[in-house]
Ligand binder design. Structure first.
Ligand code: GDP
Ligand code: MG
Length: 181
């Protein structure tokens, strides 16, 4: 009841833990153990309602794993993260998004993927001089599988740009889907 199970997923080093810790604890942690996979529970008020967020900050190799499969099955929504400084991580994000859709049984062909809560996030937008992925490239990837207006954000865990916005929007999208059931 009013509980939202959200999974942070993406290539190593893109800032999944930094974004999670920024949101949950309100601080930027310079170094976070890249092997730690952790779950956080946080209560927030959104649109006048109390929401309990269970956030799983995944870690480890990008390769498909049974463990990841399990997370994907249990989750209500996904925040798929890449770094705007790494085109490789952006491609990895697109692939992970496809894996999620496949496991959830959603596809572009029958249109079932378009209102599923997956938000694509380009982190490290503070590193303007190191950017290799444009805003438009990120937006185009997000649009391929989602019809939500806010299906893509560029964010920075370091400068706290758009961080709470992604979690609020995730809750709203999950509500949209739950309400239709
Ligand atoms: P994860 O492997 O996806 O969990 O990535 P981490 O959260 O551990 O972050 C990897 C590295 O990127 C760390 O050195 C962070 O300090 C750095 N980092 C994370 N987010 C940002 C950001 O928004 N801006 C900048 N400049 N660095 C970041
Ligand atoms: Mg991490």
């Amino acid at each position: 009841h009013n509980s939202y199970r959200i999974v942070m997923i993406g290539a190593g080093g893109v800032g999944k833990s930094s974004l999670t810790v920024r949101f949950v604890v309100g601080r930027f942690v310079e170094k976070y153990d890249p092997t730690i996979e952790d779950a956080y529970r946080i209560q927030m008020s959104i649109d006048g309602e109390v929401a309990n967020l269970d956030i799983v900050d995944t870690a480890g190799p990008e390769e498909y794993s049974a463990l990841r499969d399990q997370y994907i099955k249990l989750a209500a929504g996904f925040i798929v993260v890449y770094s705007v400084t790494s085109a490789h991580s952006c491609q990895a994000a697109a692939k992970l998004r496809d894996v999620i859709l496949k496991i959830k049984g959603l596809s572009v062909e029958d249109g079932s993927c378009y209102d599923y809560p997956i938000i694509l996030v380009g982190n490290k937008c503070d590193l303007a001089s190191e950017r290799t992925v444009t805003f438009e490239e990120g937006q185009a990837i997000a649009n391929r599988c989602s019809h939500f207006t806010k299906n893509f954000f560029e964010v920075s865990a370091r400068t706290d740009t758009n961080v709470s916005e992604i979690f609020c929007e995730m809750v709203r999208q999950i509500d949209t889907v739950e309400w239709r059931k």
